[in-house]
Design a protein around this ligand. Structure first.
Ligand code: CA
Length: 246
């Protein structure tokens, strides 16, 4: 009897683990299977011409990428793209994204903006990598309401992972930089963006901008148990299995 109940418990947890994987992550993109060239027009990505008329698309390319193989998005001056999501997500949501910024002069930045349904610059959570962090070209900055606060330092030409945990029921967010908590309870730039309906990356200005984005994962919860290197279903299952045991 003991063996039977153990087996049933195991089967139930396995089922929960599989469902958990499906429920946790609602969007992911590593760009490896997209075509080289403009990302606008692929997988729902679009140029932000409603915000900046002469804006261009970021480029899918395979020369620089995160990890051992694949592709990533290249961002240059006056290039910005957005991905909208339907339905709009509320509660606690996470975004994991990797970036790499080259030392291409002091006058440039990489954006990470999130908003609800209205497309506008203020947005909700806002990260700025580079000069617009608050003045220093080697800092990552995040908005705490109207204030820009520098929260991390990066070395040009190296990949970093950012995890943003957004608490839509509290209208604030936390930022983890390569796993370390560097911002906690930062206020939205605009409180009307009380749901996650779009992600925008790139830079709508600058001279000589050069940067890259890769490995986007978005989902319900804080994402603390997600390992971006766990790409196979078996590994994802292992990650969720580990969470259930805690
Ligand atoms: Ca990739």
């Amino acid at each position: 009897m003991k063996k039977v109940s153990f087996f049933l418990s195991f089967a139930l947890m396995l089922l929960l683990a599989v469902c958990g994987v499906k429920a946790d992550i609602w969007y992911s993109q590593n760009f490896d299977n997209l075509s080289n060239g403009d990302v606008a027009g692929q997988d729902g990505w679009e140029k932000t011409t409603d915000l900046t008329a002469d804006i261009g698309s970021l480029t899918v390319q395979g020369a620089v990428f995160n990890g051992n193989s694949g592709k990533a998005l290249k961002a240059e001056a006056m290039q910005e793209v957005r991905r909208s999501f339907d339905p709009i997500h509320t509660g606690t949501q996470f975004l994991i994204i990797s970036f790499r910024k080259e030392d291409a002069g002091p006058d440039n930045t990489l954006h990470i903006y999130m908003g609800k349904d209205v497309h506008e610059w203020p947005a909700g959570p806002v990260l700025r990598i580079g000069k617009d962090s608050g003045g220093d070209p080697d800092k990552v900055g995040a908005h705490d309401g109207a204030d820009r606060k520098q929260i991390a330092t990066f070395v040009p030409g190296q990949w970093y992972q950012v995890r943003i945990v957004v608490h839509y029921d509290q209208l604030n967010y936390d930022v983890y930089f390569d796993g370390a908590l560097v911002a906690q309870g930062f206020k939205f730039r605009t409180n009307t963006h009380d749901g996650l309906g779009w992600l925008m990356i790139g830079f709508d200005a600058g001279v000589g901008v050069l940067g890259y984005y890769d490995d986007i994962v978005m989902g319900d919860g804080d994402g603390s148990d997600y390992n971006p290197s766990a790409v196979s279903p078996e590994k994802k299952l292992a990650v969720t299995w580990g969470k259930l045991k805690l």
